[in-house]
Write a protein that binds this ligand. Structure first.
Ligand SMILES: [Zn+2]
Ligand SMILES: [Zn+2]
Length: 174
């Protein structure tokens, strides 16, 4: 296991039809996204296919990670299972590839350059992150006045917020 997955396209993948399957687990136990930290349990597993489609190598497949995140409402730790899809063309610099698939993600690389696929895998996981992380859909969050976790206890604060309270808008969303 390794925290990086480095490949070079030459000499095994730089010709039309060349193919390589990669499976394993990356020893990455944490990544950051959007100012939040995600702890990865047991690393990031991957199952990738690399295929030279003529001047470019298509990296496709699935990456999975069981992460521990922090609930955005109550700040408790919660499990978050992520599964991302990779679909990335590595376009070989100087090739005659007619690469006009505007929708695909692509990177221009040198055939002898070391490429760390771990970066693409993490990007695929980050792409799947929910906008809001919740420990459960019905999470009641923290009392905006005293900070009590309303999932596990109650507090004596008046539940109603004045309209000009900064959390009033938030409350209407909940
Ligand atoms: Zn929560
Ligand atoms: Zn309270």
């Amino acid at each position: 296991m390794s925290a990086e997955l480095k490949i070079t396209l030459a000499p095994t993948l730089d010709f039309l039809g060349a193919h390589l399957a990669l499976q394993g687990v990356l020893d990455i136990f944490r990544f950051d996204a959007g100012g939040r930290a995600f702890v990865v349990d047991k690393g990031i597993s991957y199952n990738l296919e690399l295929t030279n489609t003529g001047g470019a190598v298509l990296v496709s497949g699935v990456v999975k990670a069981n992460t521990v995140a922090v609930c955005d409402r109550c700040l408790a730790s919660c499990d978050l299972q992520l599964q991302g899809e990779l679909q990335e063309y590595l376009v070989i610099k100087g090739s005659q590839a007619d690469f006009s698939d505007a929708d695909a993600e692509f990177t221009v690389v040198d055939a002898n350059e070391e490429i760390d696929l771990a970066a693409y895998m993490i990007a695929a996981l980050i792409f799947e992150l929910p906008i809001t992380v919740l420990c459960k859909d019905e999470c009641k969050g923290l009392c905006p006045r005293c900070g009590t976790n309303l999932n596990t206890s109650t507090c004596n604060c008046d539940g109603e917020l004045s309209a000009d309270h900064p959390f009033a808008v938030l409350k209407s969303l909940l």
